[in-house]
Ligand binder design. Structure first.
Ligand SMILES: [Zn+2]
Length: 313
C-alpha cells in the first residue's frame, strides 16, 4: 500500500513537472499583441469613480499615465513574455510615432480614430507613404456614438483598402463610460455594409465583438476575410465568461482567425494576465494556443513570408 502511495506520488509530481515545463516552453515562444495603446482614448471626466470596469483602476494595478514610463514598462513586459510585435495606437499621434521610433521593429504604429475627421486623411496618407504608420485604428468612434457604417467613416475605410492596411475597429457591446457611447452602435452586423463596400479591407474586430457572440459568428462565417482579437475580455470580465465566449468561437471553427491582443491602455501589467488567459485555457490544444498567440496574426499581417519576426534585433 505504501509503495503504491509512493508510486502515485512520483507519477503525479512527474506529470506536474512535465506540464510546468511545457507551460514554460509555450511562454517562451513568440507572441504578437494585436491591440496595444499609448494611453487612454478619452479624458476621464471629473467625478468619475474609476477609469474602467471592473477595477483594475482602483484595485491591484495603478495606472501609468506618463507615456514615456508606459513605453518603458510595456517594452519590459514584451521582453518578459517574448512579445515580438505590437499593433499600437493612440489618440495622440506624436506619442504613437515616438513609440515607433523608440522600437521600430517592435511596433506596428496606427492612429486611434475617435472622431471622424481626426486625424486628417491627407496627414495620414503622408505618414503611411513615409512608412511611419502601417496600420489603421483602433477606429473607436463607437465611443462617441458613431457606428461603423456611418458615411463619415467611408474615406478612412477607402484609404485603408487602397493601401492594404490592417484595420482594428471597436465594435462591441461594452466600452468606457462616456456620455455618447452607445452599445447599439457596436453590433457586429453594422460591419456588413463596410465589408460589402470594401471587399479587400483587412479588418479585425476588438474583443471578438463581445458579447454579440451569434452576430460575430455570422459575420465571420459570411466574410472569411474578417478576423478578431480577444483583447480586453481576457482581463476585464470574469475569466469564466471569457472562456465561455472563446470556446463558442473556437467550436464554431473560427480558431484560425482569432488573434491575441491585450488592449493595454495604462496598465501594462495586464499584458501578462492576458497572455496567461490564453495559455491556461483548458479547452485549447497547444496548436490552438499558438494560432491565437502568434500564427494567425502572422498570416493576417502577411508576415509569413517576410523575415523571421520571432528573432528580435
Ligand atoms: Zn483598444
Amino acid at each position: 500500500m505504501k509503495s503504491l502511495f509512493v508510486l502515485s506520488f512520483l507519477i503525479l509530481t512527474g506529470l506536474n513537472a512535465y506540464s510546468q515545463d511545457e507551460y514554460k516552453v509555450q511562454e517562451q515562444q513568440p507572441i504578437i499583441d494585436m491591440h496595444m495603446h499609448t494611453g487612454l482614448p478619452h479624458k476621464v471626466p471629473a467625478g468619475t469613480p474609476s477609469l474602467c470596469r471592473p477595477e483594475p483602476c482602483e484595485g491591484d494595478v495603478p495606472a501609468t499615465g506618463d507615456p514615456t514610463a508606459l513605453l518603458e514598462k510595456t517594452l519590459k513586459v514584451m521582453d518578459q513574455y517574448n512579445i515580438v510585435k505590437g499593433f499600437v495606437s493612440g489618440v495622440d499621434l506624436t506619442t504613437v510615432l515616438e513609440w515607433k521610433m523608440a522600437a521600430p521593429e517592435r511596433f506596428i504604429a496606427a492612429p486611434f480614430i475617435l472622431k471622424p475627421g481626426s486625424p486628417d486623411l491627407e496627414k495620414l496618407r503622408k505618414e503611411y507613404t513615409s512608412g511611419n504608420l502601417s496600420g489603421m485604428g483602433e477606429i473607436g468612434t463607437q465611443l462617441v456614438g458613431v457606428s461603423p457604417n456611418d458615411p463619415k467613416l467611408e474615406p478612412y475605410f477607402a484609404l485603408a483598402e487602397e493601401l492594404g492596411l490592417p484595420v482594428l475597429i471597436h465594435t462591441l457591446g461594452i466600452g468606457p463610460y462616456m456620455p455618447n457611447f452607445r452599445s447599439a452602435a457596436g453590433s457586429p452586423l453594422l460591419l456588413e455594409d463596410v465589408l460589402v463596400n470594401h471587399p479587400k479591407l483587412r479588418l479585425f474586430v476588438e474583443n471578438a465583438g463581445y458579447p454579440y457572440r451569434d452576430e460575430m459568428i455570422a459575420m465571420m462565417y459570411q466574410y472569411p476575410q474578417l478576423y478578431a482579437d480577444v483583447s480586453t475580455i481576457t482581463w476585464v470580465i470574469p475569466r469564466t465568461a471569457f472562456y465561455d465566449y472563446l470556446k463558442a468561437l473556437v467550436r464554431s471553427g473560427l480558431g484560425k482567425r482569432l488573434m491575441f491582443g491585450s488592449d493595454q491602455m495604462v496598465w501594462p501589467e495586464k499584458i501578462g494576465e492576458a497572455v496567461e488567459a490564453i495559455n491556461q485555457a483548458p479547452f485549447l490544444t497547444k496548436e490552438q494556443k499558438r494560432d491565437i498567440l502568434y500564427n494567425n496574426a502572422m498570416r493576417f499581417l502577411r508576415l509569413e513570408d517576410a523575415e523571421d519576426v520571432s528573432i528580435r534585433q
